[in-house]
Ligand binder design. Structure first.
Ligand code: MEV
Length: 289
């Protein structure tokens, strides 16, 4: 029996644009998924295309037990974390000797298949390696770790990443003259923000710009707008949708003393708040439970 865990993630900048080769900046965060894999002749496991994909990719059969602290379908990368932790636990249980890089690549291929070909390697990279990562096309670079105080607001409105990615693709096809410059502007915001990662006040301003651009592409939701505005009014440096939008989560960047006030403001809008920060470890082996 082998148990591995992997962290969730937030996009600080560049979701959706990253699907078109623009830079995306994402960061691993504290809630984790724990996965136990056991060799077994009669495998028991939840029905999930991600888990099926993991066993197919590794060419073995076994049982899986999942314990997730990450709300699913919320934009916090729960499917990538499940995939990375499952691949890592299979690798360990069956002594397959795959490297961390192999796991990241396999996890991306599985996500891409389930998301019907349109996915960036962001979630799977961040979940595998932890830290803050800059993704551009197929290249990835770890950015220096920062002590950021984040509050995530889960709108509790369910959404589908695949559907939102499809919706943007459709809008881009029908209105390239509008959507392409928005994607360029998102790229501009992300590239400028890289130089201010240690300056939360400046970074917050760029997050606000990124939020406006995401709304312009139609991936907003009234409840996400409420949470973003409530966070800013409560003193956050900046707040934006994180992930695919249309529901799911937003993220606010705060000064440490303000984070609980921001969390309260989010909760008073009938949403769930998670006060969190950077996870630098990525996928890790756990003691078997
Ligand atoms: C989803 O968390 C982020 C998107 O950019 C899709 C992807 O990167 O695969 C919308």
């Amino acid at each position: 029996m082998a148990t591995w865990s992997a962290p969730g993630k937030v996009f600080l900048f560049g979701e959706h644009a990253v699907v078109y080769g623009k830079p995306g900046i994402a960061m691993a965060i504290k809630p984790r998924v724990f996965v136990t894999v056991r060799k077994s002749k009669r495998p028991a496991r939840a029905k999930s295309p991600y888990i099926d994909g993991c066993f197919e990719a590794m060419g073995v059969v076994g049982s899986v037990y999942i314990n997730s602290q990450i709300p699913s379908s919320s934009g916090l990368g729960s499917s990538a974390a499940v995939t990375v932790a499952t691949l890592s636990a299979i690798n360990d249980e069956f002594a397959l000797n795959k490297s961390r890089e192999d796991i990241a690549n396999m996890a991306f291929e599985i996500e891409k298949t389930v998301q019907k070909g349109r996915a960036s390697p962001t979630d799977t990279t961040v979940s595998t390696y932890g830290g803050i990562v800059l993704i551009t096309g197929s290249s990835r670079r770890r950015l220096p770790p920062q002590n950021m105080h984040l509050v995530i607001g889960d709108s509790l409105v369910s959404h589908s990443t695949a559907k939102m990615v499809e919706q943007v693709a459709e809008l881009k096809k029908t209105n390239p003259g509008i959507v392409d410059p928005i994607l360029d502007a998102i790229e501009g915001v992300g590239l400028a923000a890289i130089h201010h990662l240690s300056n939360p006040k400046e970074l917050g301003r760029y997050m606000n710009m990124n939020h406006a651009l995401l709304e312009a592409m139609g991936v907003g939701h009234p409840q996400l707008s409420r949470l973003v505005l409530a966070s800013r009014s409560a003193g956050a440096f900046g707040a934006k949708i994180t992930g695919a939008g249309g529901g799911g989560c937003m993220v606010a960047l705060c000064a440490k003393p303000v984070r609980h006030r921001v969390a309260q403001a989010i909760q008073s809008c009938d949403a769930r708040a998670i006060v969190t920060g950077l996870d630098t470890e990525g996928a890790r082996k756990e003691k078997n439970v």
